[in-house]
Design a protein. Sequence first.
Length: 255
Amino acid sequence: MANMLAHHANVLGSVATSTLTAWRGCLVVKDVSQPEQPLVLYDMEGCPFCRRVREALTALNLDVQVRPCPKGSDVFRKEAEAIGGEQQFPLLVDQNTDTVMYESEAIIEYLFRQYAGRSVPGYYRERVWQPVLGSLASVASAMRGLRSRPTKQPEQSLHLWSFEGSPFSRLVREKLCELAIPYTLHNLGKEHWTEIGPAKQRIKPGPYRPIPGGKRDAFFKAQGRVQVPYLEDPNTGEGLFESARILDYLNAQYG
């Protein structure tokens, strides 16, 4: 009972985080093609600057290999420093263009130019008040996803289907970051404003039907529903919906 109450409290904090960030990272702005070589992001989940990059990745529906770099962990921090020259995050590595890039604003500009062929939409441009709200958003989530915890590293990277603005998905990403577990982040942003709301309470009534041929359609055909977070662990063969179940699994398997 205590664990469930704590989980519900964390969900409310995560909702506050999404609210303070104006629910960016929910809707797809342009569904672009995935690059030949996967993007790699050295990231801290609770960092407001990393969050802005993940928001842009959701807006473009781009998948990315996440290398979590929480404070106190050397699992990927030394690797990031060897690649970029310093332990500063976010750090984006794009092997398709031989690009290694720091600074959230520069990364966001690069992603929209390189993969959408356009400038950054106003909704995703930097505003003078964003650093303050971004920091408050991290506080609302109790600064989870910033500091490392002892962990057993998996042999293979995990796979997480998520979108940045999802409060439930955030809880799972926070845990993966604290455990410094690498994973492929499969962005599954909402395709239309009528999809706003939880999986079972969308604005548009009736059975859910994703846009044919899209990422959500592929997920729907594979799983029979579109709901995030969804975690697959190739090390154990597990596939799990529901944030509470996933968190329990990660704690038992790797925590």
